[in-house]
Design a protein around this ligand. Structure first.
Ligand SMILES: [Fe+2]
Ligand SMILES: [Fe+2]
Length: 385
């Protein structure tokens, strides 16, 4: 016999499901009205049974995950394109390129290749969604933020703002620590980067034809080097976020094909992060360390001189083994961290990028749209339709 309390529990569970479904419907119509996702989603695609999704169609949860990832990749593509226009292989700002090359002679090539990768991720995810009868994501209406007026940048609307960043650099100490953010640990900033541009703002501020000696000699050379150094920490911050996001999302996908996509793209985010981690270390190592931006006061100290060596040593770029799953009984393991939804999921990713001031100047519609996509992705559950 079913007890009264069981019935009550079931009924409240049904209420929760129906409330969630209503929210999903509202979210979808909100996103459709904005033109962020297409209006025509075949019912078969939305209602496909979990077991059927490997051979065509796609579960709602998988579509929500891949849609948020497509949005994240469009955002990544937008910021990387700005870096690429100024500092890539065909970049148009010679002094910015020289300052980046003070970190590694191959920086322009890496920037261009990272840009290509993000554009391919966004295009593939959207094409895959469409091929499985699910609506792709389009953020074009939010390409409203201005480009920098510095030499090299194309005058066009952007999704992201690289001209006043607050870069969270705690990834640097997190990956050197034996503690795990998923078990509650917090980590100090490696460098304090607040209200600092990551791309040149104007030719008056940083002349594109100036030299970039090591160490920089004039205030404008110091300013440009600080901007390039900020970019290097931002590169790693973005890609470690992608590494955690994909690791978090792969725990939620239902179809093996979606899992294959999430794991395979996620691995490339990790690859990017590893390279940028190494390059950022060169901004806080000799002979370049000690640069201060004369405009903002942001300083890139010699982290090898920090007394807490293990948390700061610049060549400790491979992840330190850390607590994983549980603090008790299991040995430390070298892993991507965080990976829990609360710390690494879609909403956490949007919040981190927002705190980063990457979307400074964006409309409230943009935040609502991206947060709606993120909430849907985080709500996806493995094995559910
Ligand atoms: Fe990507
Ligand atoms: Fe990436």
């Amino acid at each position: 016999m079913v007890s009264k309390s069981t019935l009550q529990k079931e009924s409240s569970a049904n209420d929760t499901v129906s409330a969630r479904w209503n929210n999903v419907v509202k979210r979808r119509s909100f996103l459709q009205n904005l033109g962020v996702i297409g209006a025509a989603i075949p019912a078969g695609a939305l209602l496909a049974a979990p077991g059927k999704s490997d051979s065509g169609g796609i579960t709602k949860g998988d579509a929500d995950i891949l849609r948020f990832l497509a949005a994240a990749e469009l955002i990544e593509s937008d910021l990387w394109q700005q870096y690429n226009e100024l500092g890539g292989v065909h970049g148009g700002n010679p002094a910015y390129i020289l300052a980046l090359q003070n970190l590694d002679g191959d920086m322009p090539q890496y920037i261009t290749d990272n840009t290509d990768d993000e554009i391919s991720h966004a295009a593939f995810l959207n094409a895959y969604l469409a091929s499985r009868g699910a609506a792709p994501v389009n953020l074009d209406k939010f390409r409203t933020l201005p480009s920098t007026i510095a030499t090299g940048a194309k005058p066009k609307g952007r999704l992201t703002n690289l001209m006043n960043l607050k870069v969270d650099t705690s990834w640097y100490t997190r990956y050197r620590s034996t503690e795990n953010p998923d078990l509650g640990a917090t980590f100090p900033q490696a460098v304090t980067i607040v209200n600092e541009p990551a791309i040149p703002l104007s030719d008056a501020d940083t002349p594109p034809g100036q030299p970039q000696p090591v160490p920089p000699a004039t205030p404008q050379e110091m300013r440009m080097q600080a901007i390039a150094n900020t970019a290097s920490f931002h590169f790693a911050m973005i890609e470690q976020g992608g590494s955690s996001l994909y690791a978090s999302m792969c725990l939620k996908v239902t179809s093996l094909e979606a899992l294959r996509i999430v794991v395979s793209i996620g691995g490339v985010e990790v690859n990017h992060f590893a390279v940028w981690h190494d390059k950022a270390g060169n901004a806080v190592n000799q002979p370049l360390a000690g640069v201060t931006d004369p405009e903002t006061g942001v300083t890139f100290p010699d982290l090898n001189a920090n007394p807490m060596k293990e948390l700061y040593q610049t060549n400790l770029i491979f992840p330190e083994p850390t607590d994983f799953i549980s603090e008790e009984g299991l040995p430390p393991c070298s892993v991507i961290r965080p990976t829990l939804t609360a710390n690494a999921g879609a909403v956490a990713a949007v919040k981190a990028l927002t705190d980063n001031q990457l979307f400074q100047g964006q409309s409230s519609e943009f935040f609502q749209a991206v947060m709606a996509l993120a909430t849907a992705a985080d709500a996806a559950q493995r094995g559910k339709d």
